[in-house]
Ligand binder design. Structure first.
Ligand code: CU
Ligand code: CU
Length: 428
């Protein structure tokens, strides 16, 4: 199971692991191309069947998951998850991804190389020589076939807007139902899909579409995966869908995908999604089944790792959100917290520990290690089978508690360190 984390909370090591993996896929030859460019080519080849319609979310979910599996394969780490960029919040340095240390910054204003990205791991020049090979043959932009990555933040051709979407825009999108409406394209007057994709309300572009135009340069044409920020952008877009599905779930567990028929080919519930003909939108409705989850889910799965500052959390139910954070500011404890109180509901220990990391091991034990891999604190639940941990949300009987379960049969597991009662402010 891959844990997809907010890029603002990634450690320097995690950021480097992601960019190294991307560079390796670019360097890996396959046929006449390379693994990375194969994805860019897929994106332009199937643009019509995958945008401006209901399958927009489904096709990109499968596209991202396949790319994530490539990253895991090349790094020999099947817990590696795509990071997501919450562009409604992280709109400036240092929390946005456009830093020299992560994805590199805006393009240059040098008139000889307009928009050329000159820093970070994806600059055209040494040491990595990130080079574009896949172009849109119909692009009228004279710079569109230049082999270097380009970014031109802010307003530009096709985008009069100088700002990125806001949290209020995201909340309004979450309220939109149903999933999609007739005519199932960019002219659909309501529905979550067309609103989140960014065609409504006027003026365009909104939400997803606006980010492509705001970043500008290589992110505008259908070859947009040429810019690695594509993956962080679309990971957040996928998370929007996952969150929306959870907010509007029905008795089968999710808000149904529509339509079953009547949309153009490729966009109906059981249409095959090119080029992966065995996959249909029906097959990608649940991220758990696909092998990943987001850090705003209330689960810590076997192999999931939290580094300092990272957390899992429940949805907000009846105004309450509970979260479990591996905190570096408070003696490296696991901290159970709530959005309604300032104090910790529970701490794993009250000792100040050295810096480290926390993992839900496959032997069942939840363990904090220091950087030399010396165990600092265990849950003592190493019973030899997979266990997952949940933070129970406000609808559940043990609201706000931590609870472990056996992976295979959902049996509740008792901790040697019992999880706390809500409202207990005792430290330890
Ligand atoms: Cu796309
Ligand atoms: Cu896109």
């Amino acid at each position: 199971m891959a844990l997809r984390k907010n890029q603002r909370n990634l450690t320097d090591w995690e950021k480097t692991q992601f960019t190294d993996a991307v560079l390796k896929l670019k360097a890996e030859k396959t046929g006449t191309t390379n693994t990375y460019d194969k994805y860019v080519q897929w994106h332009i080849d199937y643009t019509d069947a995958t945008h401006a319609g209901p399958a927009f979310f489904a096709w990109h979910r499968e596209f991202l998951r396949r790319f994530e599996i490539e990253l895991q394969r090349i790094m020999k780490d099947d817990t590696l998850g795509l990071p997501y960029w919450d562009w409604s919040v992280d709109q400036a340095p240092p929390s946005w991804p456009f830093t020299k240390e992560f994805l590199g910054g805006n393009g240059t204003s040098d008139a000889r190389f307009p928009g050329k990205v000159v820093d970070g791991p994806f600059a055209f020049d040494d040491p990595n020589n990130w080079t574009l090979h896949v172009f849109d043959p119909d692009d009228p932009d004279p710079y569109a076939r230049y082999p270097y990555l380009r970014r031109q933040f802010g307003p530009g051709p096709g985008n009069p807007k100088s700002s990125l979407p806001t949290p209020a825009n995201v909340q309004a999108t979450f309220k939109a139902t149903p999933y999609d409406v007739d005519p199932w394209n960019e002219n659909s007057a309501s529905g979550f899909r067309n609103m989140a994709e960014g065609n409504i309300p006027e003026p365009r572009p909104q939400m997803h579409n606006r980010i492509h135009h705001w970043v500008g340069g290589s992110m505008v044409p259908p070859t947009s995966p040429n810019d690695p920020v594509f993956w962080l952008h679309h990971c957040y877009v996928d998370k929007l869908w996952a969150d929306w599905q959870r907010l509007h779930k029905d008795d089968v567990g999710y808000q149904p995908y529509v339509p079953e028929k009547d949309a153009r080919t490729g966009h109906n519930l059981t249409d095959r999604m090119a080029p992966w003909h065995q996959k249909r939108p029906l097959d990608v409705l649940n991220t758990w089944d696909l092998g990943y989850h987001y850090d705003n889910d209330n689960y810590l799965m076997p192999n999931d790792v939290l580094y300092p500052g990272q957390s899992i959390a429940t949805p907000i139910v009846n105004g309450r959100r509970f979260s479990l954070t591996y905190s570096s500011s408070d003696g490296n404890n696991l901290v159970l917290g709530s959005n309604q109180v300032a104090w910790a509901l529970w701490l794993s220990t009250n000792q100040a520990l050295p810096d480290g990391w926390c993992v839900m091991q496959t032997d069942g034990n939840l363990v904090i290690y220091d950087w030399s891999n010396k165990p600092l604190w265990p849950s003592n639940t190493n019973y030899g089978y997979w266990i997952y941990l949940t933070v129970e949300d406000a609808t559940e009987k043990r609201s706000g508690h931590l609870q472990m379960y056996r992976w295979d049969d959902q049996t509740p597991i008792d901790w040697s360190v019992p999880p706390p009662k809500v409202g207990n402010s005792a430290k330890g």
